[in-house]
Design a protein around this ligand. Structure first.
Ligand SMILES: [Zn+2]
Length: 397
């Protein structure tokens, strides 16, 4: 993960199919390119960033929760005051498809402006058949919108909805027998994710949902070991999940299980920072053990309203013991692996999609250094310059 191929004075030849045809010394490619349109750029060109974990379809921001937390309120107190994840569920259930499309489009514009050319987006604020499908259809609409490439994930088992408390097992049955077949029929998801955490879904419930998902053609992802080491990482490895995400409380056994598997360890350092948790996932130990580590924003209204992958890279360098080069691998190559696209994106190399990000820096390490700014000046999606709407408003309604 620490070995980047950094090259100077090169040109990237983009084919008509939107894929990279060649990467070679500038002078050499100029003779090959002939009459082709040439665009000279100044700065550092990165592969488009891959944000492999977001919850970008939601309604309102949760400003009251944030304010309460800043004054020391915990999860239970916030929920008792009408906030928390179930407030986002009530909101998404009553909101129209069109409103959600409008809100999500603005957020994907911002993600693109920050350099994310591929974005995984989860459902999970519906927690009922119709509302989950509505979210997945919003995600499908985004895929056809000309913005970042979207990878859709069904997260019906994000939380136990109010009406099923304390009957979590019955809700799990609903997810397995009603939601998963409908999601497969509509063809609106590629992955199935579960929030595996004590007090939400157990390891056994998570296993049942993800095994059923596989029968419906969906590959597994897992929210695992965020606050307590419950065996989520081990379950992800057992199920050959594409990724195990969060991992701030991963056990030694969990680290060993991920290191021995193809499952990508996705760290979400923005979440721990925003929640005021004074710890982070053990990025250094995961890498040293041999795990593939990716970074993502976890963009969502409750625990991580941030959209910048470069900021996640800075946090990983400062708080997870990752070298700057490893953080770049984590937001490109390994992010792509976490959404099953390691062979198509995340690298500037022949055959890969021409998803490119230009940053106004001289040394690539500056991307991880100048935190809190957006250094991205230009983005190409499949070879097409898309001039992201830099000042699009992430408005709250
Ligand atoms: Zn999440």
């Amino acid at each position: 993960m620490g070995e980047l191929g950094v090259r100077e004075d090169v040109a990237v030849l983009i084919g008509d199919d939107g894929h990279i045809a060649a990467v070679a010394p500038y002078a050499e490619l100029m003779t090959q390119a002939g009459e082709a349109a040439v665009q000279e750029v100044d700065g550092v060109l990165f592969p488009g960033f891959v944000d492999c974990h977001t919850h970008a379809v939601f309604g309102m921001a949760r400003l009251d929760d944030h304010e309460r937390r800043s004054r020391g309120a915990g999860y239970k107190e916030i929920a008792a005051a009408g906030g928390g994840i179930l407030s986002s569920v009530r909101d998404v259930r009553q909101r129209s498809y069109d409103e959600l499309v409008e809100l999500t489009r603005h957020r994907l514009d911002r993600l693109l402006a920050l350099g994310s050319t591929t974005v995984e987006v989860k459902s999970g604020y519906g927690l009922a058949l119709e509302a989950e499908l509505k979210q997945l259809e919003v995600i499908a609409a985004m895929a056809a919108d000309g913005g970042p490439q979207v990878v859709p994930t069904f997260l019906g088992a994000h939380e136990v909805p109010q009406e099923y408390r304390p009957r979590a097992d019955e809700y799990v049955e609903l997810v397995i027998h009603e939601m998963l077949p409908a999601v497969e029929r509509q063809g609106v998801a590629r992955y199935c994710d579960v929030f595996c955490e004590p007090g939400v879904f157990t390891v056994d419930q998570s296993r049942r949902v993800l095994q059923a998902a596989r029968r419906h053609g969906l590959r597994a992802k897992l929210h695992a070991d965020e606050l307590d080491p419950s065996g989520g990482a081990e379950l992800a490895a057992e199920l050959r999940a594409a990724s195990a995400d969060h991992l701030a409380a991963i056990s030694e056994e969990g680290i060993a299980a991920l290191a021995a598997s193809e499952t990508v360890a996705v760290l979400l350092p923005g979440t721990m920072m925003f929640l005021g948790q004074r710890r982070q996932a053990p990025g250094r130990r995961l890498i040293d053990a041999g795990a593939a580590v990716a970074l993502a924003t976890d963009f969502n209204p409750g625990s991580s309203p941030g959209m910048s992958l470069p900021l996640m890279a800075t946090l990983a360098a400062s708080q997870c013991g990752m070298a700057p080069a490893e953080t770049i691998t984590a937001i490109t190559v390994n992010g792509a692996a976490a959404v099953g696209e390691a062979h198509t994106r995340g690298q500037i190399a022949p055959g890969f999609r021409a998803d490119l990000v230009l940053a106004a820096v001289r040394d690539w390490r500056e991307l991880v250094y100048w935190y809190g700014d957006n250094l991205v000046t230009e983005v190409w999606l499949g070879g097409r310059a898309c001039h992201p709407r830099r000042w699009a408003v992430n408005f709250i309604v």
